[in-house]
Design a protein. Structure first.
Lengths: 240, 644
């Protein structure tokens, strides 16, 4: 266990935890957007920015990625932090003004509207969908394409691969900005992403006749866990 | 020192508009580019204005356009912040700015500097902030006038400390980022733009890049070499091969002498440009030093063969068992219609130890490795001494262990830190049981009949640095001692065999290498170019590849126009090189994250055979390691006068 100070409160944390883990454990609220308890942390949204002084010098870092250290002093709402956090949220709000989650973050920081404009986009590149698909589902159907040297694209983006996607809707579930949505109509599931629409055939329950899950997802589960194919002939409601 | 109007270079402000000083210490700027006068410079180091008529706002705008292209998108503040800054600068530059835009730019710049994920955007906005701080009046004037700024001419370069250190300037931050995002095919495509041997270099490179990795000053450098191997192995595992675009044949034929890494690299580039290339090599198989000099526990032969085959698929003909100068003469080559010749004959002759040895028991390191690598039978004794401190010496020592030598000692005249062999290799050798005697040099061999029984050595101490920058070893008088041994392997460097060009109008240097113009690799005989170890002396795989890449460019120039002129960008290269090598970082705090290392074969198993010791990174470990990269891309912008 290591002891550190968050906003003048001495907090105990386990080795290997991040500042965010320690804060959650101690009941100290740090706003976040791109972090999820079941997924790896990447520091993409910069909202959980905090101030630390590891060698006496003041520095900003993201609470979700910085590991706890014994004696570390963390400020979660100093003037410097609030200034940086406000800019991060303003940028996200300018990019995706209609997201309820971003609006709520802005509201808490008393931001009515951003002091600049940006071309609106649905996706804020938080990579939650990429991580969920890779780390939880294991399908690796979503790729993050960074803009950069020798990559001839104007905008960074996330792309679904129809070949690898199993239609499970985990991406839509974790998406904080509703950039990815899912809709089931009759025997078809449609996953809408900013650049594409992916369709999946749904499986019909032998007992109640309800369409209950994408066939591709069920095949994936059967193969992954080596299950009997008949197991999914009926929906969970009609199973014992 | 150059006279400047203003400079904020390296954080030191010199402002001659106020009459404080006229020059900046330790700042040598290129004064012209391709005949055009240099007017101003902008980079992460700051802003330098030489010509007071230059418009710094247009410059800031153009610079940020380049920064925006490289801003990756992995963090909101960097990516979105730079976009907003660029939009605002575009507005101001086109006469549509408003007074409060100045504060907005300042707020965004400060925010980006303080809160981004990697170093790139954070460092890139610094010169923009400098223009706001020192040229605010210009901004205000422009905004009030509602006029658009006149556009100037700029030269842009992008580099990074690791890229600059690499002789082939491989885009390490680029492919590391792709590996992090599990995009192996694209990573490989990017690597092949500057390096046609990803698998080989991913295994056997000395990794100059890692010695200049900014991360070294935080914890440890990124495992760039081992990461490069990941996409190369991925391609093999997925059973695919690179696809090359249809090439328009140019008709011209080029002969390449030597199928080593330089010869293969030049052939690869030339074939991609549409030339018909024929390579001649005296050996039974292609690869040069990588074939006969690098043991298979470091570079399995299958990897080399596969990468040579890929190159051959471009339509390159490889004539093996053919020694130019013996089986075919240079004149005969010209007679066969080859319009240019690239000489890449390597350095395969071992340097002599310079001590007297009578009888047997001494075999040169190059010859020894050659024999083992080509399956020849070699004598195995109990004890062996290897003299030298380079990779060849360490390779000899580790090879000896695998052949069954029981007592293997390396004798090196300097200390561990000066040892040119790769640290990882030295450590592996010691783990396997190789003993190293530092600060000692052989004086004479002890013999009994025609057998070697030992070596008399003398202790050395380190004196003043020599031309290589390493401290010169000086013998300690009266410190002689004896190491008993049955065999001596000198591995103290190799030299080129230049019998092919003796008596021809091709100049040879004092060091006994082929003399070339180092920007073009052209020899004193215009149609003959040369590169690799026959020019550089015994060097590395990546230096040979870099020479091949560059030579291909000048051979192309020569065949198209009859003459070779160094590309304009070479002119600023040395300057850029110097500033980009500076890995001083003023970025935000980064938590220590230990370097990931690929698994190695268990030590006791290693010496039993020649199996590859280093295992591939797992994809997870590779992504974790790639996550450590700080993406130290640097953009350099140079304003030049439009007229010559």
């Amino acid at each position: 266990m290591v002891k550190l100070t968050i906003d003048d409160k001495v907090v105990e944390a386990e080795e290997g935890w991040t500042i965010l883990d320690a804060a959650i454990q101690a009941g100290i609220h740090i706003p976040t957007l791109c972090s999820h308890e079941s997924l790896s942390r990447v520091g993409a949204c910069r909202v959980c920015v905090v101030e630390i002084k590891p060698n006496g010098e003041s520095n900003l870092t993201t609470a979700c990625t910085y590991p706890v250290e014994a004696g570390l002093e963390v400020k979660t709402n100093s003037e410097k932090v609030m200034e940086a956090r406000r800019l991060a949220v303003e940028l996200l709000l300018a990019q995706r003004p209609h997201s309820a989650k971003i609006q709520k973050l802005a509201q808490k920081l008393s931001i009515e509207e951003p002091s600049f404009t940006l071309k609106e986009r649905e996706c804020i590149l938080c990579e939650l969908c990429v991580r969920a698909c890779r780390e939880i589902v294991g399908a690796e159907a979503i790729t993050f394409i960074a803009q950069g040297k020798d990559r001839d694209i104007d905008e960074a983006t996330v792309v679904h691969s129809l070949e690898k996607c199993i239609g499970c809707d985990s991406c839509a579930y974790v998406c904080p900005t509703e950039a990815i949505t899912v809709e089931d109509i009759d025997d078809t599931r449609t996953i809408s992403t900013p650049g594409d629409k992916l369709e999946f055939k749904l499986k019909k329950c032998k007992v109640c006749g309800k369409y209950w899950a994408p066939e591709k997802q069920l095949e994936y589960i059967i193969e992954k866990w080596n299950l009997e194919p008949e197991i999914f002939d009926t929906c969970p409601d009609c199973r014992d | 020192m150059n006279k400047v109007v203003f400079s904020s270079w390296g954080g030191k402000v010199v402002d001659n508009r106020l009459g404080t000083a006229t020059s900046v210490e330790n700042l040598e700027l290129p004064l012209e580019y391709d005949g055009h006068r240099a007017r101003a410079f902008m980079s992460w180091q700051g802003l330098v204005v030489v010509d007071d008529k230059v418009n710094v706002i247009d410059m800031a705008h153009s610079y940020l356009k380049e920064v925006q292209k490289l801003s990756c998108g992995e963090c909101s503040v960097g990516y979105l912040g730079v976009r907003v800054m660029l939009d605002v600068l575009t507005k101001i530059s086109t006469g549509q700015g408003v007074e409060k835009d100045i504060d907005l730019l300042r707020r965004l710049g400060t925010g980006i500097k303080a809160n981004t994920k990697c170093d790139f955007c954070a460092l890139s906005v610094k010169p923009i902030l400098d223009t706001l701080n020192y040229y605010e009046g210009e901004y205000t004037k422009l905004i009030t006038s509602k006029k658009a700024v006149p556009e100037s001419v700029y030269i842009t370069r992008v580099t990074a400390p690791c890229m600059e250190m690499c002789p082939a300037h491989q885009d390490a931050p680029g492919y590391i980022e792709l590996i992090r995002n599990h995009r192996y095919e694209e990573a490989l495509e990017l690597i092949r733009e500057t390096n046609c041997f990803p698998g080989m270099v991913g295994r056997a490179c000395v990794a100059f890049c890692e010695t200049n990795c900014v991360r070294s000053d935080i914890d440890n450098p990124i495992a760039i070499r081992a990461l490069k191997r990941v996409p190369a192995d991925y391609e093999i595992a997925s059973g695919s091969e690179p696809e090359f675009e249809e090439r328009k044949a140019t008709g011209a034929k080029v002969a390449v002498i030597g199928a080593g890494s330089a010869g293969l690299a030049v052939s690869y580039r030339l074939a991609l440009m549409g030339y018909k290339v024929t390579i001649y090599d005296e050996r039974f198989s292609a690869g040069g030093m990588a074939l006969v000099g690098i043991p298979s526990f470091r570079l399995p032969k299958g990897i080399l063969e596969r990468e040579v085959d890929i190159i051959k698929k471009l339509g390159i003909e490889v004539k093996l068992n053919t020694r130019v100068g013996k089986d075919i003469t240079l004149e005969q080559l010209s007679g066969q219609g080859f319009k240019a010749i690239f000489m890449a004959t390597g350095a395969h002759m071992g340097r002599e130890l310079g001590i007297e040895v009578e009888g047997g028991g001494v075999i040169d390191g190059v010859e020894f490795l050659h024999d083992v690598n080509t399956g020849k039978k070699v004598t195995v004794k109990d004890r062996v001494i290897i003299v030298g401190g380079g990779n060849a010496a360490i390779d000899c020592a580790r090879t000896c262990l695998r052949l069954g030598f029981k007592d293997v000692t390396v004798v090196y005249r300097r200390s561990r830190v000066e040892m040119p062999a790769r640290t990882e290799e030295i450590e592996s050798a010691e783990e396997e049981g190789v003993k190293i005697t530092f600060l000692a040099a052989p004086v004479r061999a002890l013999t009994k009949g025609d057998k070697v029984t030992g070596v008399e050595c003398i202790r050395m101490e380190l004196g003043e640095p020599d031309a290589s920058g390493r401290r010169r070893p000086v013998p300690v008088e009266g410190s002689e001692f004896i190491i008993e041994t049955d065999m001596i392997i000198p591995a103290i460097g190799e030299k080129p065999d230049l019998s092919l060009i003796e008596g021809r109008p091709i100049n040879i240097t004092k060091q006994g290498t082929v003399a070339v113009d180092l920007s073009s690799y052209q020899t004193s005989q215009p149609e003959v170019f040369a590169g690799g170890d026959c020019v550089a002396g015994p060097a590395t795989l990546i230096e040979a590849i870099a020479a091949g890449n560059r030579a291909a460019r000048s051979i192309d120039q020569y065949l198209q126009s009859g003459k070779v002129t160094p590309p304009s960008e070479y002119m600023v290269e040395s300057w850029l090189h110097d500033i980009a090598l500076n890995r001083q970082r003023d970025g935000n705090i980064v938590a220590n994250q230990p370097r990931q290392s690929p698994e190695q074969l268990p030590i006791p198993d290693r010496v039993l055979n020649f199996d590859e010791v280093e295992q591939p990174f797992t994809y997870e470990a590779a992504a974790k390691e790639a996550e450590r990269c700080l993406r130290c891309y640097r953009v350099m912008l140079m304003a030049i006068a439009s007229e010559k």
